[in-house]
Design a protein around this ligand. Sequence first.
Ligand code: HEC
Ligand code: HEC
Ligand code: HEC
Ligand code: HEC
Ligand code: HEC
Ligand code: HEC
Length: 417
Amino acid sequence: MSKFQGMFRIVTYSLSVVLITFLLSNSAAAQDGEKLFKANCASCHKINKKLIGPALAGVQERWEDQEALYAWIKNSQDYLKKNPDDSYAQELFIEYNKSVMTAQAVSDAEIGAILDYISNPPADKVAPVAVAASDTDSAPAEDYSTYWLLGLVLILVIVAKILSGVRGSLEQVKLHAEGKDIPEPRGPLAALKDWVIQNKRYTVLIVIVILASFSVKGWFVLKGIGVYQGYAPEQPIKFSHKIHAGENAIECAYCHHSAYKGKNAGIPSVNVCMNCHKGISEGKVDGPVEIAKIYDAAGWDADEQAYTGVEKPIKWIRIHNLPDFAYFNHSQHVVVGKQKCETCHGEVSEYGYPMKQYSELTMGWCIDCHRETSVAMEGNEYYTKIHKELLERYKDEKIEAFTVEHIGGLECAKCHY
Ligand code: HEC
Ligand code: HEC
Ligand code: HEC
Ligand code: HEC
Ligand code: HEC
Ligand code: HEC
């Protein structure tokens, strides 16, 4: 192996190591920031939209003094007390109706990661649209990681190309110095072939990395299409089912009464919360902070005990979300089919904040239950006629308990328009 080839190899290896480490470390830091933001800030802030607090996009430009910004994030109330002359901060507090930004237990490094994430948010993988007590459907946003992978491959190809160009010129210089003829320049394909032959081990490595990334990704894509079991997004208010449906034994129907009447179970409006929270202004877990957000949404001035008339709907993040082409009706299952909420949603009264999706919500999940669950027909007027017909039709097979399958629960058109 010539000296040049050896050098070339070292340069290629180290450059790609640097490149890959750079890409990996960069995305790891971005992820930390995202996690920290979601865990600590997302209940009150969005990046591009006002929530309880201001939209945080461009916040570093709004604060001249970065140290002050860090101090603010750690303890905004303390900052306001110590800096009565910071008119920007003082006015911001007043503009936001003196809603308190709670002290944040985050280190300087963590704040740095959060601010990085804010100024550079990655495309959301799962981006449910916020809805307020409605059933607007949302499609998960596109997954951009494939583009990233293609980008990475492209960059590697370009780097290889540049390096092979450099090597070509180096070799020409060498040949020239040795007084030999300089060969004709060759086409890119022939050059690539040469390069592959001379760098077999390196080529194998690249191919393995590319194949592995695609197959890992492919596996997750196939397995995970539209399956969000366990999905538990942060919500604008830390609402706990455990406190309400569990400890205080409030019935599901108090808040989700439409589940018994129609297709959607619905999310209660803020007025339903106010039925009780006019009187309950502090919680055991979060004190007044979370309930203050209810007042803010309802336009309730707790000092004056009066409505201001300025309402802001609470933007609950929708958790369960069947695609548009599938039809599911709550009352059909809960009232007619006598299914318990818990069968499909788990022990909701034991779930603290945040609420999560318990079942898969895949077609297989619906079908399995329809195959296994028998329909309580006797004594149900709705079924008197159908029951007779079914008994007649299946009398030879001596089937007595009819499942949802027997009443047509596996027919495509029942679930797909
Ligand atoms: C309980 C709600 C709440 C939480 C949690 C919260 N904030 Fe805030 N934040 C606010 C409010 C409200 C304001 C507006 C000023 C005020 O009323 O105190 C604000 C203001 C800010 C500002 C100033 C914005 C501007 O436009 O200058 C920054 C920066 C900020 N928050 C960052 C954060 C970060 C970072 C986190 C997470 C570590 C966080 N906040 C968590 C409620 C919150
Ligand atoms: C005091 C009112 C209240 C009661 C009582 C209550 N819920 Fe809820 N429920 C809510 C609110 C508010 C949300 C939206 C916030 C969230 O997802 O945490 C919600 C969300 C849900 C969701 C997820 C909705 C989505 O976005 O997909 C399910 C499922 C649910 N509730 C089931 C139940 C069941 C089952 C019970 C009874 C055991 C119950 N709830 C009792 C208020 C209530
Ligand atoms: C039927 C009465 C009732 C309704 C309706 C109700 N709550 Fe509550 N809520 C309570 C009780 C009781 C507590 C417990 C207070 C305590 O911790 O002492 C509570 C506590 C809370 C807390 C504080 C948790 C903590 O410990 O920090 C939040 C936040 C809250 N509720 C949000 C809501 C929201 C949002 C709604 C409307 C979707 C709602 N509540 C509707 C009765 C109700
Ligand atoms: C047979 C299974 C099943 C049962 C039983 C069931 N749900 Fe659901 N629930 C679902 C499915 C599936 C969705 C998603 C619907 C969609 O996205 O269109 C859902 C969605 C919800 C939502 C989100 C908002 C909405 O209207 O879609 C709430 C809240 C909810 N269920 C509450 C309840 C409550 C309360 C009960 C009991 C009274 C109950 N569910 C019983 C399967 C069930
Ligand atoms: C826990 C069991 C269970 C699950 C899970 C379930 N179902 Fe059902 N489903 C039933 C029962 C029981 C009935 C019969 C109701 C009745 O008596 O009409 C039914 C009936 C139906 C019907 C009416 C069938 C007919 O012939 O009238 C449709 C449509 C339906 N389900 C759709 C769905 C969809 C879509 C899903 C999944 C998102 C689903 N179901 C999940 C138990 C279930
Ligand atoms: C009991 C209700 C139900 C019945 C019956 C049903 N489907 Fe589905 N189907 C669903 C649900 C719910 C989804 C969405 C699942 C998801 O998002 O993962 C779905 C999804 C699909 C999809 C999209 C691919 C996928 O798996 O996500 C196709 C295609 C489909 N169904 C075809 C059919 C055909 C063909 C039939 C009749 C043989 C049928 N379905 C019967 C509930 C049903």
